[in-house]
Write a new protein. Structure first.
Length: 134
């Protein structure tokens, strides 16, 4: 699978859900937040990491890509020669990320989500302050 095909697969899955593509990033905007999915190519190989999360529309904090950040545990290795295996891996990754982001539509949803995190230390201080998290 080539990079172009990988992006097309993501685009075909995310576009019907309201995501818009810009470069290696897809975003869907709600009243309170912007959901983001990003493909990040490894500097050393033909691997792609899939970052995902949300930005809070009411928080002016552009110094970081995502206010609430996650990275999918699977990397997408485009050097896998078995197309069936790679397609399955890509499809599973997309579904899992969509399922993580689908319930996040309001600030309250994000606050509830943060309660499932093992630690709040992964959130930037400005995000914690905005959400009134201690």
């Amino acid at each position: 699978m080539k990079t172009k095909e990988l992006k097309l697969k993501f685009d075909q899955s995310l576009k019907p859900l309201g995501y818009k593509k810009k470069g290696n990033k897809w975003s869907a905007v709600t009243k309170d937040l912007t959901k983001i999915i990003e493909l990040q190519k490894s500097s050393y190989s033909n691997l792609y990491y899939v970052n995902y999360g949300v930005n809070l529309n009411g928080l002016d904090y552009k110094e970081i890509l995502l206010h609430v950040f996650g990275r999918h545990s699977n990397t997408l290795n485009l050097e896998i020669t078995d197309d069936e295996t790679l397609n399955r891996l890509v499809n599973e990754t997309i579904v899992q990320i969509i399922n993580k982001l689908a319930p996040l539509n309001t600030v309250e949803d994000v606050i509830s989500y943060t309660k499932t995190l093992p630690t709040l230390n992964i959130l930037p201080l400005r995000v914690k302050e905005f959400l009134n998290l201690k």
